[in-house]
Design a protein around this ligand. Structure first.
Ligand SMILES: Cc1ncc(COP(=O)(O)O)c(C=O)c1O
Length: 498
């Protein structure tokens, strides 16, 4: 396989064993002394410009930031400039960017060829006309070339919309009603997909405020890595509306935070075929990242529908789309006044020429530069270096990666499932483990703040995306910075049952 971003596949049992050991221990985090004297001091002294903007933004923006990934602790840093592996804040401080806007910028930030293509287009037709532009064809044809089973592609506004469309198509194509998702998976924030969000077993119990229960009536959730449970649901569903689709993040729920067995996706494919359900691969993160042909190429599994996002618009807005075999993708046919049996999808700015051209250019550049493989190698180097530091400082932290998707779990906040939410019954009701989970999440943010003050931007303190711009020098510099943080970590008495 050319341009493959994953050079090794860790045994999920081993990772999960380490993660449960981590969560059985009290929290290890940077000491209060280091946090107060060094981290908070950095924010106070070096980030005055960011603080000023944030203070005013709180008056006009709910929570003071528009984006869930804009890290809030102790306050969000405001970024003015992005280039390659680096971000620069309002006060001129430089950071290594392992957030990568949540995944789209595998070529590095503000990649010149994409910028030039966008500027050229703005100078000629502007960002949008609402009519056919050749860039729409260019990106659809290019995606087909990279993922042959994506015979047709329709570009949409976001990953969330792509998933909504894929589920709608699946229901039309199969005549079945039910959707099965893997517990803990993230497929955007549409009503149905909030079911089981982030925490396996949580069904409609955690993040579903504002969503009537009935909207979850046709969604089921199964435990990651459990093909028997999946088969049981598929079997039961035959008697209650049939399964339209099984939707998966192929590297594991929450971008591989909960790792799965290498042959898991093949098992799901087999079961979908047995029970007449479509297999939907959510490749919003993995598409053009784990391989040019996506996770479907890496796992050698042909899904019926593929959801795209992030890299598909080369870091520009309007990053979404669904593709697949003609018989399914054709159900999204656009055009005025068609009363045919079809999946209604759309969006005023969907597939605008700017996003389509930026995405096309990005995919061509990823191919030309071998970016998946190089970013994956940077991910391996970062993971190996983190593992060495973890050992050197005798910490219980766990580092693992799927190529350029690197996970650094310092508190295990992301490894809980819903059964660990309750720890038993008492005379007054259920004993909640919630406080432990919250303490671990707060600690994860505190570690994130410590990384930030040492010049490293992470995704919420526990995920790191690497890119083509991450040379060995960049990674080694980052590891020195991680070491500086790890040197100040100590065991606390937090995060354990009282
Ligand atoms: C796997 C996956 N699917 C879907 C989405 C939703 O995409 P968007 O944020 O573009 O709506 C995300 C976003 O992070 C994602 O990681």
């Amino acid at each position: 396989m050319n341009n493959c971003g994953i050079s090794r596949w860790d045994n999920p049992r081993e990772i999960n064993r380490k993660l449960s050991h981590l969560t059985s221990l009290p929290i290890y985090e940077v000491t209060d002394e280091y946090y107060e004297d060094t981290i908070l001091k950095y924010y106070d002294e070096k980030c005055a410009g960011s603080r000023k903007i944030y203070e005013e933004a709180k008056q006009y923006i709910p929570g003071g930031v528009q984006h869930n990934l804009a890290f809030n602790k102790p306050f969000p840093v405001c970024f003015d400039r992005a280039e390659g592996a680096y971000l620069y804040d309002r006060d001129g401080n430089r950071y290594i960017d392992f957030l990568q806007a949540g995944g789209p910028t595998i070529l590095g930030s503000n990649y010149p060829a994409i910028r030039d293509a966008a500027i050229g287009l703005l100078n000629t037709c502007g960002p949008v006309t609402g009519l056919l532009h050749e860039a729409e064809l260019m990106i659809a044809r290019k995606i087909h070339q990279c993922m042959p089973n994506v015979e047709m592609f329709r570009m949409l506004g976001s990953g969330t919309e792509s998933v909504m469309a894929a589920l709608r198509i699946s229901r039309i194509a199969t005549g079945h009603k039910r959707i099965i998702k893997i517990g803990g998976g993230y497929h955007g924030w549409s009503d149905q997909m909030v079911y089981g969000l982030k925490i396996p077993g949580s069904r409609n119990l955690m993040e579903s405020h504002g969503i009537p229960r009935k909207l979850f009536a046709y969604v089921d959730e199964v435990r990651p890595n459990d093909l028997n449970m999946l088969e049981n649901f598929l079997r039961i569903n035959r008697l209650r509306g049939g399964t339209a689709a099984v939707i998966v993040e192929p590297v594991g729920p929450e971008s591989g935070t909960r790792p799965v067995a290498r042959d898991y996706n093949q098992g799901i494919r087999r079961l979908c075929d047995m029970y007449g359900a479509l297999l939907v691969f959510d490749e919003v993160v993995t598409g053009f990242r784990v391989a040019l042909g996506g996770a479907q190429e890496y796992f050698d599994v042909v899904p019926d529908l593929t959801c795209f996002g992030k890299i598909v618009a080369g870091g520009f807005p309007g990053a979404g789309g669904v593709g697949g075999k003609k018989e399914y993708a054709g159900l999204m046919a656009a055009g005025v006044g068609t009363m045919k049996h079809k999946a209604y999808v759309g969006g005023t700015l969907a597939a605008n020429p700017l996003s389509a051209l930026a995405g096309y250019t990005a995919i061509c550049e990823i191919e030309k530069t071998n970016a998946c493989e190089k970013a994956g190698r940077a991910g391996d180097r970062l993971t190996d270096g983190l593992r060495k530091l973890i050992e050197q400082y005798s910490l219980p932290f766990v580092a693992y990666n799927q190529g350029s998707i690197v996970h650094l779990e310092c508190t295990g906040a992301m490894s809980y499932d819903y059964s660990s939410y309750f720890i038993g019954k008492s005379a007054v009701g259920l004993l909640l483990n919630k406080d432990i989970m919250i303490a671990r999440k707060e600690s994860m943010e505190r570690m994130g703040a410590a990384y930030m003050a040492n010049g490293i931007v992470t995704l919420a303190g526990s995920r790191l995306y690497t890119s083509l711009a991450d040379t060995d020098e960049v990674i080694d510099d980052a590891l020195d910075r991680f070491e500086e943080v790890f040197r100040h970590v100590a065991r606390t008495n937090k995060g354990v049952r009282k």
